[in-house]
Design a protein around this ligand. Structure first.
Ligand code: ATP
Length: 210
């Protein structure tokens, strides 16, 4: 079992406002005391027992952390540090301050074709990088694509949330039912073996939305 830093995260970071939340995680802005650099702290609730339906299993948290540790790309979030206490694991992530692509799109009547291609190119660059490392994201959607700065004419995007991401091992069949219904590939729904191509279905749906 991987162990994470057992020290209190508050000793090293000032924890600030909430940036977003998911099923079992809350993400807050934070500032590293030693450097003044801002990050996003993702507080993931640990599952207390095997039978419990609340919280995330140790195995799933370690998978997310191990995948995050491996990645370094301009269009993908990076991991800075990991802490844990009895109830939570805290991921210190690069801060992406411009909000979700989901909200950016919701505020606009429509995008121009040029704007849509600008976003799509970056999404594809990020996905190509992940796939070159045999990593399938399995939860690509506008809520998991964030803008670095929404006020500039050509916002840079970052892919976030590696909670469902898996390394695809060609020797082993991997099946699972998960993801977000509107974006999920047919092979997921049909409980068929999954691979990198499942992400491309989601990219197709995102392209349509853009
Ligand atoms: P879900 O249960 O939907 O899969 P989750 O619990 O895995 O979500 P994330 O999707 O990683 O949590 O984060 C929840 C929300 O927090 C995101 O949708 C986003 O709004 C915000 N968020 C996550 N990471 C960052 C970041 N690095 N910088 C800024 N905001 C972030």
């Amino acid at each position: 079992m991987t162990t994470f830093k057992q020290e209190n995260v508050d000793e090293y970071y000032d924890i600030g406002e909430e940036l977003g939340s998911g099923h079992f995680a809350v993400v807050r802005k934070c500032r590293e005391k030693s450097t003044g650099t801002e990050f996003a702290a993702k507080f993931i609730k640990k599952r207390r027992s095997k039978s419990s339906k609340r919280g995330v299993s140790r195995e799933d948290i370690e998978r997310e952390v191990n995948i995050l540790k491996e990645i370094q790309h301009p269009n993908v979030i990076t991991l800075h540090d990991v802490f844990e206490n009895k109830a939570e694991v805290v991921l210190i992530l690069e801060l992406v301050a411009g909000g979700e692509l989901f909200d950016f799109l919701a505020e606009k009547e429509s995008l121009t074709e040029e704007q849509a291609t600008m976003f799509l190119k970056q999404i594809l660059d990020g996905v190509l990088y992940l796939h070159s490392k045999q990593i399938a994201h399995f939860d690509l959607k506008p809520e998991n694509i964030m803008l670095l700065n929404r006020t500039v004419p050509h916002p840079r995007i970052k892919l976030i949330d590696f909670g469902l991401a898996h390394k695809i091992d060609f020797g082993n069949e991997f099946k699972n039912i998960f993801g977000t219904p509107e974006f999920v590939a047919p092979e997921v729904v049909n409980y068929e073996p999954l691979g990198l191509a499942a992400d491309m279905w989601s990219v197709g749906v995102i392209t349509y939305i853009l």
